[in-house]
Ligand binder design. Structure first.
Ligand code: 6GU
Length: 230
């Protein structure tokens, strides 16, 4: 899968996408991330990428021309399945969306900044607008990193244990159960006996019960969804 990310601050994306699982995915040739500096597509002496908003009001707006120049170049080179814009007024990102996006081939992510982008860019190019939650970030780069990570890890072959993503929190509308490692007793606290029993069926049942208890207690909204679905 290939991501092309357009940003005024591509430096923000370099470190988070070059370690751990994302690095392994790239090294294996399963994931490509190409960063595009929006300023490279700006013209004029000052390479201006933002401007005052019509109608007045505080905050700058990203100009349409540099964004269009960058998008036109990319779109002329290959087919893209989605052109995503990261913005707090987008659709909230959820696991189902990540699952579906992980089956795409080529995706562009345009990172919002300042007061946002000129509305006409949204109308002409954007196929999907994504927010990563109900709070405001100073730019869309961290949201883009969240998108690439949450989608990239789902590409077949990226995770070591192919089945492990299936048991992530949210995959079945339940939170993940608690996990333990050695030592079996630490500071007087013991690992639940069932996990040491070697009894696979009982362990599965215990984990499922714990997932349900956790979801009920912590996320009544998810619990309702789970009960309706099961
Ligand atoms: Cl995608 N962008 C910004 N700037 N803030 C956000 C967001 C995106 N998602 C949640 N908050």
């Amino acid at each position: 899968m290939r991501f092309d990310i357009i940003s005024v601050l591509p430096e923000l994306l370099e470190s988070p996408l070059n370690h751990s699982i994302m690095k392994r995915a790239k090294d294996k040739g399963l994931l490509e991330v190409h960063l595009h500096h929006l300023r490279d597509y700006a013209t004029g002496k000052h390479k201006q990428v933002d401007d005052y908003q019509f109608g007045g009001g505080a905050g700058m707006v990203m100009k349409p021309e540099p964004i269009a120049a960058c998008l036109d170049k990319l779109l002329s080179e290959r087919h893209y399945d989605e052109v995503i814009y990261t913005t707090p007024d987008g659709e909230r990102l959820e696991q189902q969306r990540c699952n579906r996006l992980s089956m795409k081939e080529n995706v562009i992510i345009l990172c919002g900044h300042y007061k946002g982008i000129d509305e006409r860019i949204r109308e002409k190019y954007i196929t999907l607008e994504i927010s990563i939650g109900d709070y405001v970030l100073s730019g869309g780069e961290l949201a883009a990193a969240v998108l690439v990570d949450s989608i990239g890890r789902l590409i077949p072959g990226v995770l070591n244990d192919e089945t492990s993503a299936l048991f992530d929190s949210f995959q079945d509308d339940l939170l993940a159960p608690p996990v333990y490692t050695r030592p079996a007793e630490w500071e007087g606290m013991k690992v639940p006996d069932v996990l040491l029993s070697g009894h696979e069926k009982m362990i599965d049942e215990w984990r499922h019960d714990q997932s349900m208890e956790r979801t009920k207690a912590r996320r009544p909204d998810l619990w309702e969804k789970f009960e309706k679905g099961s």
